[in-house]
Write a protein that binds this ligand. Structure first.
Ligand code: SF4
Length: 683
């Protein structure tokens, strides 16, 4: 007779993968996750994608780090926590004595809010520097900068559930069904119920099949796209003058700029039919409720901030912001990249985007943390890598990041890290980056700890411990506290992540009403949540913008630095795919996922491949001014000729060996989406 084995426990927690923040029910037996189920309600309402549903084998992988490691004679050897801490403290003290330029830290969008808060507090109050950043620099730094300029705060303005009331949805720079699958599914469901869909993407993504208008724009032409749409709206007098007059400023200058361009010019830059551009503009402007959804196709350019401000201009011009179902929605990539930004893991911001260069804010945090804080202009991730290269940074503390795969121009990162004076890496596995670490500290995964993640719609959600960690691994927050206490620092004496959240709430107006206790009893909170009675905020900018009036910012189209030329006649774009997450440290450890997509590949238009004498499945070598990568060719009819796409998830000569170039001057985000290359036979 079949007798199902009893599960010892079922634990409800939050998915560790993308920024949608789906609720998961983990089934646990003998300290092992045996199954993952969805639950009704919450963000995902029974939907899960392949990663959330199946990619949990990494938690109990034999490869997990189980003890601290110290490099001796070039080899990482097992050590005790005391030995690791002693070495770190010695090196940190030496670096702090040299001044704020000598210490830097990379925080992590995979860690909890509480851990990100403590990490930046540690780097600032113990490391005495503002050199703290994280991988939002590589994905949505331009959102934080651009929407702050336009609206006063940089986050998704709507809630995910508002997709259900939108009459028109504009998707640009987001392959939503692959990168945010549950939101992609909701968009498709809404379109099937009658909403109009406009998709503007260089590749014919799945959502393009559902679109009323699909604009196959050339890579890097987003600013021209949005300017063209707005010019078309102006030409047909479809702008919302009442909203513009009451809620915004600087429209006169913006309108004057639009009057210097034409739809035809913009359409030509984008490589699309001007009539399609006008049709899209009409559709967006004339439907009542409309949301713009974008992601890294807009942000990851040297003009990323301009692209983001352009989405804001379009929403304000048509009055589609500050109402239910109307807004601008940057889809944040990683599970807690919104939270890591909110928690001040950014060089110029304390929590809740309180500026480090504001004397009142600085005084407030010095008072709260009981110590003198640094005033240096902190450096960003790419600047810190340069500082390591020049031996300016002597102590680099990396928590849950893998810059050897995620950062642009891998060869440059390698050269820099080979010269590094001292690198501490805190992670769950040995990674490509650990090859350069002097000390490796074993951390816990999402299922082994409590805390909170903030999803892409500003919703703060509770993680719950389901299994015990291997070996002597510790929570990231506990490691930070122990290091700080050994440095003699006050203010790191926490017994739980709930206590850390209480401190966050006390110094962060937008999180003031958040507590683990409220979340545990079922309160569903989206920031801003100014006090314990507040239910949070479903959509932003109702009545007034965070900055008061919304600001129109003129954005001129500037062509990407990497233009095809005689030597490099093709363009490479990079991005994500459904099955893998970031640098694959977690997803590659689920056999089923690896079976679906195991090896790296280049998507290529069959015509381009055949013109070069290749056929599908053959290895091709692609070279940019920064390096060469070999991978198999995969045909995609929906990619433009002479254009390639490669997912960036793969280390060991992956896509970021090819990327690099001038960063956005405001957000300092690198251009990952337009990289000139040439193609040849694999050597
Ligand atoms: Fe949901 Fe994203 Fe996790 Fe998929 S990866 S289950 S969409 S949170």
């Amino acid at each position: 007779k079949f007798m199902p084995l009893p599960y010892t426990e079922t634990v409800e927690t939050i998915c560790p993968y993308c920024g949608v923040g789906c609720t998961l029910k983990l089934k646990v037996r003998d300290n092992k996750i045996t199954d993952v189920m969805s639950v009704p309600g919450n963000v995902n309402n029974n939907l899960l994608c392949v990663k959330g549903r199946f990619a949990h084998d990494f938690v109990s992988s034999e490869d997990r780090l189980k003890t601290p490691l110290i490099r001796k004679n070039g080899v990482l050897e097992e050590a005790t926590w005391d030995e690791a801490y002693d070495l770190i403290i010695q090196k940190l003290k030496e670096a702090v004595a040299e001044g704020p330029q000598a210490v830097a830290g990379f925080s992590s969008a995979r860690c909890t809010n509480e851990e990100n808060y403590l990490f930046q507090k540690f780097i600032r109050s113990v490391g005495k520097t503002n050199n703290v950043d994280h991988c939002a620099r590589l994905c949505h730094a331009s959102t934080v900068a651009g929407l702050a300029k336009s609206f006063g705060s940089g986050a998704m303005t709507n809630s995910i559930e508002e997709v259900d009331v939108m009459d028109v949805i504009l998707v640009s720079g987001s392959n939503t069904t692959e990168t945010h699958p549950v939101i992609g599914a909701k968009i498709k469901q809404r379109v099937q119920k009658g909403a109009a869909l406009i998709v503007a993407e260089p590749r014919k993504i799945e959502l393009a099949k559902y679109a009323d208008v699909y604009l196959q724009i050339k890579p890097g032409t987003n600013v021209a796209l949005f300017n063209g749409l707005m010019k078309a709206i102006l030409d047909e007098h479809l702008e919302d003058r009442d909203f513009i007059n009451e809620r915004t400023e600087n429209f006169d200058a913006f309108e004057a700029y639009l009057n210097t361009i034409t739809v035809e010019e913009c359409a030509e830059i984008c490589g699309v039919d001007p009539e399609d551009m006008r049709k899209a503009a009409r559709l967006y402007a004339t439907r009542d409720k409309g949301g713009i959804f974008y992601s890294m196709g807009v942000t990851q350019h040297a003009t990323g901030t301009d692209g983001v401000m352009s989405t804001a201009n379009l929403a304000m011009m048509t009055g589609k912001i500050g109402r239910e179902g109307c807004g601008v929605n940057p889809l944040r990539g990683q599970n807690n990249v919104q939270g890591a930004c909110d928690m001040g893991a950014l060089p110029g911001d304390f929590t809740g985007y309180q500026k480090t260069n504001n004397p009142d804010v600085l005084a407030k945090f010095e008072q709260a943390w009981g110590t003198e804080l640094p005033t240096n202009a902190g450096h960003t991730i790419t600047e810190i890598v340069d500082d390591v290269d020049k031996n300016i940074v002597k102590f680099l503390y990396i928590m849950g990041e893998n810059p050897l795969v995620s950062d642009p121009n891998t060869n440059h990162v390698k050269e820099a890290f080979e010269k590094a004076n001292f690198i501490v890496l805190q992670d769950i596995f040995l990674t490509e980056t650990s090859e350069y670490a002097d000390v490796v500290l074993p951390a816990m995964v999402y299922a082994e700890k409590d805390g909170t993640f903030t999803n892409t719609e500003r919703r703060v959600q509770l993680l719950r411990k389901a299994v015990k960690a291997p070996g002597v691994a510790k929570e990231d927050w506990r490691i930070i506290c122990e290091l700080a206490q050994r440095m003699g620092a006050e203010g790191f004496n926490f017994n739980s992540s709930a206590e850390i959240m209480d401190e966050i709430a006390s110094v962060t107006p937008s999180y003031a009403g958040v507590s683990h206790e409220r979340l545990e009893r079922g309160d569903r909170i989206q920031w801003p949540c100014p006090d314990k009675e507040s239910e949070g905020t479903k959509f932003l900018h109702k009545g007034q913008f965070t900055r008061g009036k919304g600001m129109f910012n003129v954005a001129h189209y500037i062509a990407p630095e990497d233009q095809p030329d005689d030597t490099y006649p093709m363009i490479l774009m990079t991005g994500r795919i459904l099955q893998h997450y970031h640098t694959r440290t977690m997803t590659k450890r689920t056999a089923g996922i690896q079976q679906i997509v195991g090896d790296p590949f280049f998507e290529i238009n069959p015509k381009t491949a055949e013109e070069h004498g290749f056929s599908e499945g053959e290895l091709i070598q692609v070279t940019s001014p920064r390096g060469s990568v070999t991978a198999k060719a995969v045909y995609n009819q929906g990619i433009q000729e002479n254009t390639l796409f490669m997912p960036f998830h793969y280390g060991d000569k992956g896509a970021n060996c090819l990327t690099g170039g001038k960063v956005d001057p405001i957000a300092k985000i690198p251009p990952f989406k337009v990289c000139k290359v040439f193609l040849e036979e694999a050597k």
